[in-house]
Write a protein that binds this ligand. Structure first.
Ligand code: ADE
Length: 220
């Protein structure tokens, strides 16, 4: 899979692509991630990329030309152009799975007041990461990269993905590691029993209990 990120703040992505599982996925050739500066596509003086909105109002608006040119520099037939915007569809695990099957995604990060509306003619999908407004699309794009890359086959074990939160409308079961007793708090006996059938039943009932308690809205 290839991910191209179009942004005015490329350095924000350094930590994401140089750390942990994402770095390993890049090193293993599971994903290629390119960070592209929209400003490099400005033909205006001082590499201008934004201007005041027609009709007045506060803030600055990202201009068509540098963004069109940046998108066109990477877009091919099978690309999906995804715009980060608080007015997009709210991102979730199902969308993360859908995105992980695409061959090429282009993540478009805005800043300031937003994008010139005409830029949307090049966009396949508008995505928000939640009902709050951030200063730019870089954190949302990082969230999408992280959640999508870990779902690419071979990046993390199938075992880890199988029963994690949201994959089947249930939150994850609780886990414990050594020591067996910590400050008087004991690991549930069933997990020490070696009885795999009982352990599986316990985990399933814990997933149901926790989901009912915390997120009844996602229970099917
Ligand atoms: N840009 C600003 N806020 C955002 C959000 N919540 N999701 C996606 N992009 C954004």
């Amino acid at each position: 899979m290839k991910i191209d990120v179009l942004t005015l703040f490329p350095s924000i992505f350094n930590i994401i692509i140089e750390s942990s599982i994402i770095k390993r996925a890049i090193d293993k050739g599971k994903v290629e991630i390119n960070i592209i500066n929209i400003r490099d596509f400005s033909d205006y003086s001082n590499s201008q990329v934004d201007d005041t909105p027609y009709g007045g109002g506060g803030g600055m608006v990202l201009m068509c030309d540098p963004v069109f040119k940046a998108i066109e520099s990477v877009k091919v037939d099978n690309s999906k152009v995804i715009m980060m915007t608080p007015s997009g569809s709210v991102f979730n695990q199902k969308l993360a799975y859908d995105f992980s099957k695409f061959e090429h995604i282009i993540l478009l990060c805005g800043h300031y007041e937003g994008f010139d509306e005409r830029i949307k003619t090049l966009v396949d999908l508008e995505v928000s990461i939640g009902d709050y407004v951030l200063t730019g699309g870089e954190l949302p794009a990082s969230v999408i990269i992280d959640s999508v890359v870990r779902l690419i086959p071979g990046v993390i074990s199938e075992e880890s993905l199988k029963s994690e939160s949201f994959t089947d409308s249930l939150l994850d079961y609780p886990v414990y590691t050594k020591p067996r007793v910590y400050r008087g708090m004991e690991v549930p006996e069933v997990l020490l029993s070696g009885d795999h059938k009982r352990i599986e039943e316990y985990r399933k009932s814990e997933r149901l209990r926790i989901t009912r308690e915390k997120r009844a809205d996602i229970l099917k």
